[in-house]
Design a protein around this ligand. Structure first.
Ligand code: ADP
Ligand code: MG
Length: 414
């Protein structure tokens, strides 16, 4: 790439090939270009990567990117390299670490991706101190918050690195942050309140439907028969994933499974098959999906309760990224809540229980509500949506009478 070009709009066209910025991208990039600490809350698929990649190219120095998952980092580097961006990862999985460090020191990298456990080490700080940085991006920044749904203690240790380079603009990025998590991100990462930029969360082309579970194999069978395009079914366990994949496959649909118990080569092949297919169903645990760029997913189904509203939003957000109509189906049972409640009380450390309980209650409100599902989701992310959206089960067919006693019975009996 031509490193003499430093104008953001030119880089947007020449390197990324995009006709323009999308949504708040321009605002975020503008702030980072001005060297100011920023937190961007943007939905999945909104284009968060560009918000740090572009300023990293436009500003002098190397952009340091903190990311929680090695697989995610490798995907990002592959995609960036294909655009001519000089990017590398520095992780335990790389055997070319010495070479990467040399390139970094020589100023020959636009982007360096590292995991928080490495970035928080004093030795890494010493290395970074010898290289000018264009920015420090903290991807999946909700991991810094104990209140968030995916707390990673290593994110807490990043602060000394950030404070060692106060002049380097830091950019926290996440799709998933309620008000509490948001405040945490700002406080933990030392970002001023006026640095918070929140994008609209609505995905109007996704139709939300929530259904009590009643023979999940049959329910999913009907769904995949009705929707011929690619879809993702999320199941809670590896066993369930295999079982549902076999059931749907027996119905004649092209199906793959994805979970952490599969051989990595098989997992990768299944993922590649799915991305290439125009009809395949992927039955997966939530290990699947982060960082996968498949715009034509026509439905996302949850065979059981998601972990949180944030998780639900993020997972269903993988449907319809091309803007065409897509569906999100959540099949839940009272036993899901009972199991989740037992887990919180038995396995979650005490300090985190209130947050987990709040999360479960928010999910209960979503599945029980006779009102607009989209409105509940959007309010959760701090937006003030209209009362009805016209594109969820409850708006399309308002429940005639709400059988609250029946719901209460189901919730209590499990
Ligand atoms: P996120 O991290 O917010 O989920 P990504 O950074 O992975 O999103 O981007 C999602 C998709 O949007 C990618 O395919 C990316 O190439 C595309 N994209 C990003 N910015 C733009 C833009 N300004 N115009 C068109 N497409 C864009
Ligand atoms: Mg991303």
């Amino acid at each position: 790439r031509d490193t003499s070009v430093t104008d953001p709009a030119t880089i947007l066209h020449q390197v990324f090939g995009f006709p323009g910025f999308r949504g708040v991208q321009e605002q975020v990039v503008g702030r980072v270009m001005a060297g100011r600490h920023t937190a961007a809350i943007m939905p999945t698929g909104a284009g968060k990567s560009l918000c740090y990649q572009l300023p990293a190219l436009a500003r002098p120095g190397t952009g340091l990117v903190i990311s929680p998952l090695i697989a995610l980092m490798h995907d990002q580097v592959r995609a960036a390299t294909a655009l001519g961006i000089r990017a590398a990862t520095l992780t335990s999985a790389d055997d070319n670490r010495a070479e990467t460090i040399a390139r970094f020191r020589d100023g020959a990298l636009d982007l360096l991706y590292a995991a928080p456990e490495r970035a928080s080490q004093a030795g890494f700080r010493d290395l970074v101190a010898r290289v000018p940085l264009s920015l420090i991006a903290i991807d999946e920044a909700h991991c810094v918050s104990e209140w968030g749904h995916d707390f990673r203690p290593d994110y807490r240790l990043l602060r000394p690195l950030l404070d060692a380079f106060p002049e380097v603009p830091r950019l926290a990025l996440t799709a998933t942050a309620d008000a509490h998590t948001r405040a945490d991100i700002l406080a933990q990462l030392g970002i001023p309140e006026d640095g918070l930029i929140v994008a609209g969360f609505d995905r109007p082309n996704i139709r939300y439907t929530v259904t009590p579970r009643d023979g999940i194999g049959k329910q999913l069978g009907q769904l995949v028969q009705r929707i011929p395009g690619p879809g993702i079914v999320y199941a809670a366990t590896r066993d369930m994933t295999e079982k549902l994949a076999a059931q749907l496959g027996a119905g004649g649909r092209a199906v793959r499974a994805y979970h952490a118990g599969l051989d990595p080569a098989v997992r990768q092949r299944n993922q590649a098959d799915f991305v290439a297919s125009e009809e395949m169903v992927m039955v997966a645990t939530i290990a699947f999906g982060m960082g996968i760029d498949k715009p034509d997913v026509r439905f996302v189904a949850h065979a059981g309760l998601p972990k949180s509203i944030e998780g639900y939003y993020q997972e269903t957000g993988r449907a319809g990224r091309d803007g065409e109509p897509a569906e999100a189906h959540l099949f839940w049972g009272a036993e899901d809540f009972a199991r989740a409640r037992r887990r919180v009380e038995a396995e979650v450390e005490e300090a985190r229980r209130p947050g987990e309980r709040t999360r479960l209650n928010a999910l209960a409100a979503l599945v029980e509500s006779p009102g607009c599902r989209r409105a509940i989701l959007l309010r959760h992310f701090g937006e003030t949506p209209p009362e009805t959206c016209g594109n969820c089960d409850n708006c399309l067919a308002p429940p005639a009478t709400v059988d609250a006693t029946e719901i209460a019975r189901k919730l209590l009996s499990a």
